[in-house]
Design a binder for this molecule. Sequence first.
Ligand code: DGY
Length: 342
Amino acid sequence: MLRKIVSMTADVLCTLDLPEPFPTLVSARAALRTLGRLPGAEGLAAELHARPVDVLCPQLRDPIDAAVLDAGLPRLRCVSVYAVGYDNVDVDAATARGIVVGHTPGVLTDAVADCTVGLMLAVARRLCEGDRELRAGRYTGWEPTYLLGTEMRDAVLGIIGFGRIGQAVARRALAFSMRIVYFDTTDPTIADDLREIAQQVSLDALLREADVVSVHTPLSAETHHLIDTDALRAMKPTAVLVNTSRGPVIDEVALVRALREHWIAGAGLDVYENEPQLAPGLAGCTNAVLAPHLGSATVRTRAAMGELCARNALDAIAGRLPRHCVNPEAWARASPPPLTAS
Ligand code: DGY
């Protein structure tokens, strides 16, 4: 059925500037406006009231709650998030309002997996501790037992959340001759090359057996504080914990205690419970390597995320279901007409 194009101008709002090709792609078909700041939920709601838009392109620090979505109505048809994780968006509220939510899966898998392995090695081989020793002039020369770490060969890597990124980490770990066990509640599709190699285990078994525990699960009510005091107590005292997913999956206060009291050997973190704040004492834990949410931070990946974010937005503008939509039922419910010829 031919649907009427209701207007030739679609409006798209970003909070922060997104990298090319996002602006070029979007500006070719819509009026693009960027706030250049993170206004918070109230500020964003006020902005949407004052200047309604068809598509909002937030990033992971913009809280998109029911009030923000309400402020966008009746015009807002799509929230195209510049991230793979969309825990900052109240998806149920969006679905109830017929607003689709897009995200950027796939394109950041390798960059995040690389960063994960970097953190794993940095902690296990104490590279950042060594860097600090050297710069402080405390290194007095090679010694047989100086800064000994853990070797990856034959070590067990326990992956919590065995989706795209978890599996990409597993593939890299095989190059170090690690053994792979995983825990996942969602019954993910396992790639052919890993099916015979990665062993599914319970969370308890993973925590008990793994030399490296790497967290790759999305944040949800079920995964909030999945790694708590009990989980940390269950890990080996020689184990390393790595998190490149979302901070609140780990109880950070409990982690500080675990690092201080050496329940585990160390942690490599890219994400934090109250980002950008760190839990009290975390910065003083010399057995932790702390990165400022750099998992997807490569020029190539951030551009690819920009392209997907733009494509999702342009799909919605053209009256099509965004290609990476987490709530397609919202589209079926609202069935918005095309705004521009695609
Ligand atoms: C994401 O996309 O969810 C990452 O945390 C940031 O790239």
